[in-house]
Write a protein that binds this ligand. Structure first.
Ligand code: EPS
Length: 390
């Protein structure tokens, strides 16, 4: 399975094309809309989310509620486009129109792709950079992830997520009773946090940042349960699934770090306190007593829940101005903006769940190679049986 995304933040639409999804997976627009709605929410989002009501259209690869095995095209319209039809048009502008609509962007915003992208592609109007580097693109990635989640669910594999930290406020109580509990409780928190007390403090921190024209980041976690042993492989560096997942997480807009299991904490503990002891019983087969390694040993899943954390930096679009340089005049100016999210960490948690889901689904389809869901289910069931009997 692989996918491509296309679309500008204020262009007509976000497009996702997914190739390699097995035939006969039940897939409805509603399955994808559910994830899109989750991504749009969360405390700290700005005015743009009041304009957009993300709804997917499935344009290929699905017939009468089931995938056909052909490439799946998913489209989400940008409702804001109606305000940008001239600025974002694809046809050349007349001189008159150019004067009227072409507000050239020559002032790079610190922390964004603006300046590097402008130098790289020779854009004197940095709108050509920012339109595509915008996190609006995560809409398209969530579309791909929603299909992956549906595939995983039909195989008994669940994905969930939680916010662990926002603006320095840490969730202390992150215990949950099974993945369903995690899903339900985070769904009812405006910051997708299990710890209600910490959640309130996170919202206060977001309010404070907003008041000060600032932005805050945080730490989010994705959890995957129900995986077989041995997804990914130790035999070659580019087959290690933890590496692929980490790469996918780092590719989410504004992410600056990724950890698996206890991650950086492993540097501060002796081996005897890090490695998870192995147990066995007849019913369940091999398990680990703890899950410090987050479900991975040797680049392969070990059957324990996969735990991945990602760090999102504060959104760089700030009301509080930061110094920068105009690329035409070379004069210093203070970057300021008209609208932004003060915190998109809860939304980023949904995005991370979805990019992780895609990598996992891709690994499953690769490992249990199948063109059809019935064969995929059978192959995976055989593997599960094999693990129990090994
Ligand atoms: C974004 C800036 C804001 C965000 C946007 C990402 O958009 P605008 O510039 O139109 O106000 O709302 O996020 C989304 C549109 C979205 O769907 O998440 C940016 O610069 O990255």
């Amino acid at each position: 399975m692989r996918y491509l995304t296309a679309g500008e933040s204020h262009g007509p639409q976000q497009t996702t094309i997914i190739e390699g999804v097995p035939a006969h997976l039940e897939l409805l627009q509603e399955d994808i809309n559910k994830e899109l709605l989750r991504r749009q929410g969360g405390y700290g989002r700005g005015r743009r989310m009041q304009i957009e009501k993300d709804q997917v259209e499935i344009l290929s690869g699905v017939r009468h509620g089931k995938t056909t095995g052909a490439p799946i095209t998913l489209v989400v319209k940008n409702d804001d486009y109606k305000h940008w039809t001239k600025i974002m048009g694809t046809e050349p502008l007349s001189e008159e129109e150019e004067k009227e609509v072409k507000r050239k962007i020559t002032r790079p915003r610190p922390g964004h792709a603006d300046l590097n992208g402008a130098i790289k592609y020779n854009h004197r109007d940095m709108r050509n950079v920012l339109e595509r580097s915008s996190a609006r693109e995560t809409t398209a990635r969530v579309c791909a992830g929603a299909v992956a989640k549906k595939l995983l669910k039909s195989l008994g594999i669940e994905v969930a997520g939680q916010v662990l930290e926002i603006g320095g406020v840490k969730a202390e109580n992150t215990e949950y009773n099974g993945i369903k509990d995690l899903q339900e409780r985070t769904e009812s928190s405006p910051v997708r946090c299990l710890d209600e007390e910490a959640g309130k403090k996170m919202m206060d921190a977001i309010d404070q940042a907003k008041k000060e024209g600032d932005s805050i980041g945080g730490v989010v976690q994705a959890v995957v349960e129900g995986l077989p042993v041995g997804l990914g492989s130790y035999v070659h560096y580019d087959r290690k699934l933890d590496g692929k997942i980490s790469g996918a997480v780092m590719s989410i807009n504004a992410f600056k770090g990724v950890e698996i299991g206890i991650g950086f904490e492993a540097a501060r503990k002796p081996g005897s306190k890090v490695h998870d002891e192995i147990t066995w019983d007849e019913k369940e087969g091999y398990k680990r007593k703890t899950n410090n390694l987050g479900g991975f040993e040797g680049g392969m899943t070990n059957g324990m829940p996969v735990l991945v954390q990602g760090v999102m930096k504060p959104i760089p679009t700030l009301y509080k101005p930061l110094n920068s340089i105009d690329i035409d005049s070379k004069e210093s100016f203070q970057a300021s903006i008209e609208r932004s999210d003060s915190c998109a960490v809860p939304a980023a948690s949904v995005v991370m769940e979805n990019v992780v889901a895609f990598e996992v689904a891709k690994a499953i389809v690769e490992a249990f190679g199948a063109d059809r869901m019935d064969a995929l289910k059978r192959n995976l069931e055989e593997q599960r049986q094999w693990e129990r009997e090994f």
